[in-house]
Design a protein around this ligand. Sequence first.
Ligand code: ADE
Ligand code: ZN
Length: 359
Amino acid sequence: MRTETTSGPTTTSEEIERIVTGLPKVSLHCHLLGSIQAQTVVELAAKHGVDLAGHTAETLYDHASYEDLGEFLRVLDVVGSVVRDRDDLHRVTYESLTEGGAAHRVLYREIQISPPGHGNVPYPHLIEGITAGMRDAQTDTGIDSRVVVGLCREDTPAAALELVETVIAHRTEEVIGIGLDYAEVKGPPVQFAPAYARAAEAGLQRTAHSETGPPQHIEVLLDELGCSRIDHGYHVVDDPEITARCVQERVPFICTPVSSDIGRYSGSGDGSHRRIRQMVEAGLVVAIDSDDPPMFGTDPTHDYRALAHALGFGLDQLGTFTLNAVEASWLEEADKAALRRRALEEIEALRGPEPRPQT
Ligand code: ADE
Ligand code: ZN
């Protein structure tokens, strides 16, 4: 079957499959708690004697049932409640980076973690288990990774500031920045300015979610929180002036097609990915990731596949998403240059032979 494209030559389904499976990927918006396979949650629940209300691995992640972000986040709370000790943290990090990362040609990931989502696990224990999983995943598959600590916007600004102080007090080289997650309606961004200012002072990089909020929230993220990139940010296209500013400043937006389609933030829940199309057409710097992959029935390859089919993107545009993620990453310059070279080589290797001239 051939699909019509908006951005290049016509691409067949077989070609899309070859491209999306072979494409090198750089993952900047994947939550550790959201990337745990249901079977692992069931096993950890049994280990800790947690009641999953009769759920099995088959029924736990019923993504079609999430009516809004809040419903999804309450399932995420259940997942967080079973990830408790160093072995659990090692396991979920390792599985997320190997089967859920390297197996999809993810070369590098900035893992978004949510310390408040783990209940009472002390921050240093959390980091110890996670970094052990990162090291073993790198040894076994080559995937490189860092950590982004999410402040919970459903907590108070004081709790967010306290978490930043904890991150600074227990600073490790793997932890390179902070984010802001959970429900935007319950925590408008401006109130987290003191926590972000403290992070900036300590040299931490900054991003934040804006998935349901108005385009003005994106201005707050840039001007009040000092974010160098935005998680989601679909509503930017509702304001032509803010869009123009973001195009001009090359602000990266890390979009997650499948989860945001189910949540209806990027479109209408019909697979049209309307806002992502508008963002690309407006010339915004867009990168792709998969947010909470098994919880939304997706994986890093499938998010690219979904966009390729819905919007007719071929290798040029899909490769650009990866290269945009390289630019938006928070790696040191030399590491970033090495990642860019590798990604470029692997993207070029996916180009088929030049078509023979027609005679
Ligand atoms: N935590 C995990 N996934 C999230 C999302 N899509 N929005 C906000 N917080 C999240
Ligand atoms: Zn997210």
